[in-house]
Design a protein. Structure first.
Length: 275
């Protein structure tokens, strides 16, 4: 067996198959890693309300890093262990600057299990099994000034553009934000561009590094799996980084490539690591 002590895996496009579920072969590999004493971390951009897909690996007792590192969640207790929130006045300033530089943006806030959006927001669902009624039950809509005024603990600030290229929008927004927030995206070209913003310094990588250090685990002992720009820092941090064959071109150029999520690439590589 390799010297891996922690495995961190993204969900969508990575551990989840194209139908949005964890295949049994993948679940078996994750459980085997846990039984071998390896710490399992699920690191996702998903909010807390979209974590029901983890049921097949609940027995592996994974640490769950949600909302791109802003939240650490105890899956069994159903409680938030720690969170890193965005200052609401800062969100207001960022939104003002973004909208001034990039007309056409629409804004939304992830607040724990509540999703707050502008009236005109048009969001997509993460998988075909999630009904519109389910999402509507946790969504609050209104004018942006009202949404901001009533905001609670915001873990992620979202900006949607119906026409822009995701990579181009990310580059432009990075310039506008000037380091005042972490910004990334996790969508492929051809889909609506969606920016995901977290508090300065907060990312999947930063939170995984905290969890690893608390357990005496070094970056060289971490294996990480991802497919999109919001996984980049995590892959750079890990001593054993792997990108899915279906991953973003910018990642495919930089890291070891394994099978796609349709082929069970994560599970196959975990089995190789376990030897």
């Amino acid at each position: 067996m390799s010297d891996v002590r922690l495995i961190a895996t993204d969900l969508d496009g990575t551990l989840l198959d194209p139908s949005g579920r964890i295949a049994e072969a993948e679940a078996e590999a994750v459980r085997a890693a846990s039984q071998a004493g390896i710490v399992v971390v699920v690191a996702t951009g998903r909010p807390l309300r979209w974590l029901d897909v983890l049921a097949p690996i609940a027995d592996a007792d994974p640490l769950v890093v949600a909302s791109n590192g802003a939240v650490v969640y105890d899956l069994h207790a159903g409680t938030v262990v720690r969170s890193h929130t965005l200052d609401v006045p800062l969100i207001g300033a960022l939104a003002h600057d973004l909208r001034g530089a990039l007309p056409g943006l629409l804004f939304a806030l992830e607040e724990g299990r509540r999703f707050s959006t502008e009236d005109a927001w048009a969001y997509h669902l993460p998988d075909a099994s999630r009904s519109l009624a389910q999402e509507e039950s946790v969504t609050r809509r209104g004018a942006w000034a009202s949404v901001l005024a009533e905001a609670g603990d915001v873990v992620k600030f979202l900006a949607l553009h119906p026409d822009a290229d995701p990579d181009d929008l990310l580059a432009a927004a990075t310039d506008v934000l000037g380091g005042r927030a972490e910004v990334t995206h996790s969508v492929t070209a051809g889909r609506r561009a969606l920016l995901e913003m977290s508090a300065p310094g907060i990312s999947k990588a930063a939170t995984i590094a905290e969890l690893a250090a608390e357990r005496g685990i070094t970056p060289a002992q971490v294996a990480a799996f991802g497919d999109m720009p919001n996984d980049l820092a995590m892959l750079e941090y890990a001593g054993m980084p792997y990108v899915m064959a279906n991953g973003h071109p910018a990642l495919l150029e930089r890291f070891a490539v394994i099978g796609s999520n349709a082929e069970g690439g994560v599970g196959a590589q975990i089995r190789r690591l376990l030897g």
